[in-house]
Design a protein around this ligand. Structure first.
Ligand code: PLP
Length: 469
């Protein structure tokens, strides 16, 4: 057929796409009975974190460390150089962080919170304030343990699950200016910038907002440190939504984004497709020296940071794969597919649909359950009972207690996170998941809240236990 005779599709975006990989190895998933699942939840105190993985059929608890590695990554494991010092895999990792994220100096850590710990120790003095675009659980706890106080400076839209602002991760510069005026820039060691913002529902920060933030911070001499855990998903949203970026690759956008910041910490268990790992990266040589010094105390030598050589090799390869445009389009596309399906049935979710997860609005799902009876915790339990699908609470339990007053922090967002591991599940798994959630939606009037019967002191959502009623 000659070109002139070809009928063009009117809307190229409507074309179906497929994942840019095929399956080479499979792991069985186990189907269980409803009675079995009810018993499991009773035994684990209605906390999905305490379930055994064997009792879960589709595991959407988290996208952390749950990715499927590629054949190249698995091959990379065999190239592990397990020398105590100066492993060649460290140099490969260092080169790829420099190439794709653009920072000068790299220190590996066993995972993200290892890097957060070192950053907090390096930058924060007791009495400091750390502004950030919404808190993250482990990030904030390290800031607090270092004597700092977290201050939320995210835009108001982020706290409204129905608001469809395209960049709900943005920093509200007015809020940051107010904080600077109130406490003084000398008590603000850095701005803690998350991209994309997990707790807001996987919502991105725009390039323009970061540039404006940079100007403000430059006027006051405040560094910007990036939580780069999902910065690649953020770069994809910039490509899709921000004027002038449609023609750029995700890799180019990532590099530009990071170049506006002074350093970062990373949970490589998310964007970069490995089961364990992390790093911190800075441009300032003095901060690098300090980090290299601290890492030997808490993680391991600065050329392995608590990891095996093979883990660093898998990370170095994972970085290259994770910035591929086809990969990231399929990754976020799968989340979008699940979210659209739920929306079609009128199920209340956070909009716009996030990059790594669909967040169900438990306040609108179970309006009859008051927040101190943990509606999102109860909904995560009910979704597990319906289909053996494991999700998690992101609401009042995750928010914890105020260290000053000892009272529950009551966040406006009371959510269940349905988190999609990268390259692990198929579209059929998404359909089965959606149907289990719809089942809970049909029976929503029958749902009851929970009581907390055991509460750990730190990061209570991981190990708290509950009872019905
Ligand atoms: C997971 C995560 C972290 C912590 O990283 P770990 O690897 O779990 O220690 C920090 N920030 C964000 C946004 C995360 O999602």
């Amino acid at each position: 057929m000659t070109d002139e005779k070809r009928v063009r599709r009117r809307d190229a975006t409507k074309k179906s796409w497929a994942e840019p990989w095929k399956v080479k190895m499979v792991e069985p998933a186990r189907w269980t009975t409803r009675e079995h699942r009810e018993r499991c939840l009773e035994e684990t105190g209605f906390n999905t974190f305490l379930l055994r993985s064997e009792d879960v059929t589709i595991d959407l608890l988290t996208d952390s460390g749950t990715s499927a590695m590629s054949d190249r990554q698995w091959a990379g494991l065999m190239l592990g150089d397990e020398a105590y010092a100066g492993s060649r895999n460290y140099y490969h990792l260092e080169a790829n962080v420099q190439k794709y994220y653009g920072y000068r100096y790299v220190v590996p850590t066993h995972q993200g919170r290892g890097a957060e710990h070192l950053i907090a120790k390096m930058f924060i003095k007791p009495g400091d304030f750390i502004p950030g675009n919404m808190y993250f659980t482990t990030t904030r706890v390290h800031q607090e343990l270092a004597g700092g106080t977290f201050a939320d400076v995210i835009v108001d839209e982020a706290h409204d699950p129905a608001n469809e602002h395209p960049f709900k991760g943005n920093v509200d510069l007015g809020k940051l200016e107010d904080l600077i005026a109130r406490v003084g820039s000398r008590r603000i060691p850095y701005v803690s910038l998350g991209a994309t913002v997990n707790m807001a529902g996987g919502q991105p920060v725009s390039m323009q907002n970061l540039r404006d933030l940079r100007s403000l911070c430059d006027r006051h001499g405040i560094p910007i440190l990036l939580d780069a855990t999902r910065a690649i998903e953020n770069a994809y949203f910039i490509q899709q939504r921000e004027g002038g970026y449609g023609g750029k690759s995700v890799a180019e956008i990532l590099l530009e984004f990071c170049s506006i910041t002074d350093g970062s910490w990373m949970s490589a268990k998310k964007d970069t497709l490995v089961n364990i790992g992390g790093w911190l990266a800075v441009n300032d040589v003095e901060k690098f020296d300090e980090a290299r010094n601290l890492v030997v105390v808490f993680e391991g030598l600065h050329t392995y940071g608590g990891l095996a050589g093979r883990d660093m090799e898998a990370m170095a390869i994972g970085i290259e794969e994770s910035v591929d445009d086809d990969h990231i389009r399929a990754r976020v596309g799968q989340v979008e597919y699940l979210g659209q399906k739920l929306l079609g049935w009128g199920i209340p979710i956070v909009l716009p649909i996030g990059g790594h997860a669909v967040f169900i609005d438990a306040k609108r799902f179970y309006p009859h359950i008051p927040q101190d009876h943990f509606p999102a915790q109860a909904l995560a339990a009910d979704i597990y009972i319906e289909g053996g699908i494991r999700t998690m609470e992101r609401g009042i339990v995750s928010a914890g207690r105020d260290p000053e007053t000892g009272r529950h922090r009551s966040p406006r967002l009371e959510l269940v996170r349905v988190t999609i591991p990268r390259r692990v599940y198929t579209q059929a798994h998404m359909d089965v998941t959606a149907e289990a959630i719809e089942e809970a939606w049909w029976n929503r009037d029958l749902a009851t809240g929970l009581r907390m019967i055991y509460e750990p002191k730190y990061l209570r959502f991981f190990q708290a236990r509950f009872q019905r009623g």
